[in-house]
Design a protein around this ligand. Structure first.
Ligand code: CLF
Ligand code: SF4
Length: 507
């Protein structure tokens, strides 16, 4: 029997129409490796490059994993949201500083992880400082990884100051994906973010520092695009500093041929010891971030926006939504002499592609739009508990994050992910600690429903009391979101904050 307040969706078989009228169009024309809501067919060369990169394709991130090797300790600039005790905050959230590895240790670790994590498709260098401020260590690592684990894509993330001088070397090593963090193109905004940059043998400050950084970043981006390297731009959203400016940044980099823009929230608290943290600058709410991402998408002339970033650590391992860095942090990993079984990895990836294709066919047969112009009038936000593979497959109490979708009739659009503190560590502790549950409910307060594989009676009751439906399902995410969204968007929600009369307002 279902817990009180929990709904169970009827299972709709692939090919069988979902409840309601099907739209004439549907998502069958969508690029298979779409990174967002784009409806234009993707260039085949780009499609091949993003196909199994979990950051460059939202769909791929449900099937493939990345790992970072922390070989780059130094940095050549100072950001006001960074404390050097933590990983580079242009790509990470503050956490425990990653242990710095030598290039040889890093290559051994990649082999070890690739042997045990078949989904691994990309190795990135993203800190703990700036990879190109540690160019020799970074390039030696890339060389070794390319030689010893040749089926793995190489990826880099940089603040861009040293980038123009290194593009030829990056291209020669076959690095196909480079991220440049561009938090401004206006030096007046920049001088509030960067107290100094180290360039031309000395420290520069004020507007001069910001101008140099911006010029170098844009020159680097231009060279990357000219070299055929897929370029992503990260921007840290700092409310009150660059939030009004980032749509212009999006338009600028889109015009230069950047493939993807990732606007990330600044993570800021006094205990991080950063200038912004200590001086009361806050990070954005998920809702503010989503609004800005939409503005950037529009301002950039239909810019591809990344909305599934998890602000990984410099030693992150696993699927984007999971952190397995601890599991692979021991000395035995760095000392291991693995024999690399390329054939076995190829077979594992072939199997992943079969599963992925099956899901894709299912999704297309349901004809649920995931973006474009088919948005229904009434939609609600739906939170999904999933471990990936495109289906609702996680228990509510074990979810470390929820994927937030906008759902409505034949419509399921991914918005972003929200991380929550786990509150259930097994049957003996389940439901004992209410406080994290309350935090989860607060985090999901603007959602009309939570869909998960299972949920206990107590969390279902608490959600219900907060006006959030709990729905149990084990189906394709888009299918569940569209069905739940359609049902709840029609429901009058008088008296509930944010209600529009047809369901809760979406972000
Ligand atoms: Fe790493 Fe970055 Fe490459 Fe991905 S992460 S270097 S592009 S392989 Fe990805 Fe992590 Fe977000 Fe970065 S989720 S922080 S965008
Ligand atoms: Fe810190 Fe990264 Fe900025 Fe360097 S580039 S100061 S490591 S956030």
């Amino acid at each position: 029997m279902l817990p009180r307040g929990v709904k169970l969706l009827p299972v709709v078989q692939p090919g069988e129409p979902a409840e309601g009228n099907l739209p004439a169009g549907g998502c069958s024309s969508k690029a298979a490796a779409s990174c967002g809501s784009k409806t234009q067919p993707m260039d085949p060369t780009i499609r091949e490059k993003v196909a199994n990169h979990p950051c460059y394709s939202q769909e791929a991130h449900q099937f493939y994993a990345r790992m970072h090797v922390a070989v780059a300790p130094g940095c050549n600039i100072q950001c006001n949201f960074c404390n050097r005790k933590f990983d580079c905050a242009n790509e990470s959230r503050p956490g425990v500083t990653s242990k710095v590895l030598t290039p040889e240790q890093a290559a051994r670790k990649v082999k070890y992880v690739a042997t045990r994590v078949p989904q691994l498709s990309v190795v990135g260098i993203a800190g703990p400082g700036d990879p190109l401020a540690n160019a020799d260590r970074t390039f030696r690592t890339l060389e070794l990884v390319a030689k010893e684990t040749p089926d793995i894509k190489l990826c880099l993330s940089t603040n861009g100051l040293a980038l123009p001088d290194q593009v030829d070397r990056i291209a020669a090593l076959g690095v196909d994906h480079v991220t440049v963090t561009v938090n401004m193109t206006d030096p007046e905004v920049g001088e509030r973010i960067y107290p100094w940059v180290f360039y031309g043998g000395r420290r520069r400050t004020g507007k001069e520092a910001a101008s140099i950084l911006s010029e170098r970043q844009l020159e680097g981006v231009e060279r990357l695009v000219a070299a055929g390297i897929l370029c992503k731009v990260n921007s840290v959203m700092i409310p009150g500093v660059n939030d009004e400016h980032l749509a212009d940044v999006s338009a600028t980099v889109r015009g230069m041929g950047v493939f993807l823009h990732n606007v990330m929230p600044m993570v800021s608290a006094p205990e991080h010891g950063t200038y912004f943290g200590l001086n009361g600058f806050r990070g954005p709410t998920p809702q503010e971030l989503a609004v800005l991402q939409d503005r950037c998408e529009a301002a950039g002339g239909d810019m591809n926006m990344m909305r599934h970033c998890r602000q990984c650590r410099a030693d992150a391992v696993g699927m984007l939504g999971e952190d397995r860095s601890e599991e692979f942090s021991g000395d035995e990993v760095l000392a291991a002499e693995e024999t690399y079984d390329l054939e076995q990895r190829r077979a594992a990836h072939a199997q992943i592609e079969l599963d992925r294709e099956r899901r894709r066919v299912e999704r297309q047969s349901l004809r649920i739009a995931t973006g474009g112009t088919e948005r229904p009038e009434a939609t609600v936000l739906v939170a999904v508990a999933t471990k990936g593979s495109g289906v609702v497959n996680q228990h509510f109490g074990q979810a470390g994050e929820f994927w937030i979708y906008e759902g409505g009739a034949q419509w399921a659009r991914f918005i972003h992910t929200r991380s929550v503190e786990r509150y259930c560590f097994g049957p003996s502790t389940c439901n004992d600690d209410r406080s994290p549950l309350d935090k989860t409910v607060e985090l999901l307060g603007d959602c009309a429903a939570v869909v998960c594989q299972k949920i206990g009676p107590e969390p279902a009751r608490v959600l219900k009391a907060a006006g959030i439906e709990a729905v149990e399902a084990h189906q394709l995410i888009e299918q569940v979101v569209a069905e739940v969204g359609e049902q709840l968007a029609r429901r009058p929600l008088a008296g509930i904050a944010g209600a529009s009369g047809t369901g809760r307002d979406t972000a």
